[in-house]
Ligand binder design. Structure first.
Ligand SMILES: CC(C)(COP(=O)(O)OP(=O)(O)OC[C@H]1O[C@@H](n2cnc3c(N)ncnc32)[C@H](O)[C@@H]1OP(=O)(O)O)[C@@H](O)C(=O)NCCC(=O)NCCS
Length: 342
């Protein structure tokens, strides 16, 4: 790669990094609100009015995060016009990895035949894709690799408690991917901000199966292998942190919300997006929303929405795109991208 080096604010020379291709994979099986109402005490009316969700998709029993991630990655590579062997780095963001180790990124690498890459996973819950994008961007900007594949892949239907109506209605399965590259564009990824606050970890977690509570009959009986969430608290923090993150990312890019053409928010709850929209001062037409089809797919949420927006022609060359996410940890992140491909 002979991408030009441009001088950054500091002393070192950094390359600009672009999103060269996106992809997504959503499993076929649909789970409607009516299906859920047969499982737990809930109604279509409650779910739609409280969340905006109508359907979510469920992976087949033989489909793991890496299978979905690899399918999304193949699309992203095709969109970028690259072969798997041209990838130098694979980062997979997931809270539902295939297994504790090896990493899901290594399984994706094997499925793709991306033999020239190194790979690892990132755990940042629903902010995972933006975390992965930031790490990959830095690796490319500094010249450590030329091409990175970043993936958000989740099989959340295996992590929710199907007896807990406060969580099981919210989540679905799927994967999204993007190829990041130094290709000499003037801007590419213009700015980003990441944050986390471990003091609030208990508000959203899956406590069992790790070194704190290794899997045992007892942890299973206590249902510790399922996600736990204090929804109302999470909601409040999500709104505050997503707004702050977006404002900081815009400030770092030297832009205002009026300069943004398309906003891709993490799709956790339509009311969260509406609350953010009001406070950020962007008209709702700028938000790309697909929550009604997929529910919350955690780390896959932002890349799936990004890919759909690109394929639907909502994002065009020269557009400024604002990504915003929030998730367990707590973690949050925002990124401003100038879209430099047709
Ligand atoms: C989970 C969430 C949808 C719940 O909506 P809410 O308006 O906050 O609802 P509450 O938790 O206050 O519950 C209101 C009532 O609905 C009930 N309820 C909860 N889930 C229900 C369901 N699926 N169907 C019917 N009723 C339900 C509650 O039991 C409660 O009943 P009560 O008033 O008798 O106690 C919302 O808090 C949310 O989206 N939080 C953030 C989730 C999130 O972003 N998670 C991922 C982070 S990225």
């Amino acid at each position: 790669m002979n991408a030009p080096l441009i001088p950054p604010a500091g002393a070192r020379l950094l390359r600009t990094v672009s999103i060269a291709g996106t992809g997504a994979y959503i499993p076929e099986k649909v789970l409607t609100n009516a299906d859920l109402a047969r499982l737990v005490q809930t109604t279509d009316e409650w779910i739609v009015s409280r969340t905006g969700m109508k359907e979510r998709h469920m992976a087949r029993p033989d489909e793991a995060a890496s299978d979905m991630g690899a399918a999304a990655a193949r699309q992203a590579l095709a969109a970028a016009g690259l072969a798997p062997t041209e990838v130098g780095l694979i980062i997979c963001a997931s809270i539902t990895p295939d297994m504790p180790f090896p990493s899901t990124a290594c399984f994706v690498q094997r499925l793709l035949g991306a033999t020239n890459a190194y790979g690892f996973d990132i755990t940042a819950a629903c902010s995972g894709f933006i975390y992965a994008a930031e790490v990959a961007k830095n690796a490319i900007a500094t010249g450590s690799v030329d091409t990175a594949l970043i993936i958000g892949a989740e099989r959340l239907t295996g992590a929710v408690d199907w007896e807990d109506r406060t969580t099981c209605v919210l989540f679905g399965d799927g994967a999204g991917a993007a190829v990041l590259r130094a290709q000499g564009a003037p801007h590419g990824i213009r700015s980003s901000i990441l944050g986390s606050d471990g003091r609030l970890a208990e508000l959203l977690m899956l406590p069992g199966g790790g070194s704190r509570h290794p899997t045992s009959l007892e942890t299973i009986q206590q249902r510790l292998h399922y996600m736990k969430m204090s929804g109302r608290e999470v909601f409040k923090h999500a709104v505050t942190k997503m707004i702050e993150a977006a404002q900081t990312a815009l400030q770092r890019a030297g832009l205002t919300i009026d300069d943004v053409d398309v906003i891709i928010p993490h799709q956790a709850n339509l009311r969260i997006v509406e609350a953010i929209g009001q406070r950020l001062g962007a008209p709702k037409e700028k938000y790309f929303i697909n929550i009604e089809k997929y529910g919350n797919i955690s780390a896959a949420s932002v890349p799936v929405a990004l890919d759909e927006a690109v394929r639907a022609g909502r994002i065009k060359k020269g557009d400024t795109v604002l990504l915003i996410a929030f998730g367990g940890g707590f973690t949050w992140g925002s990124m401003v991208v100038e879209w430099d491909r047709d």
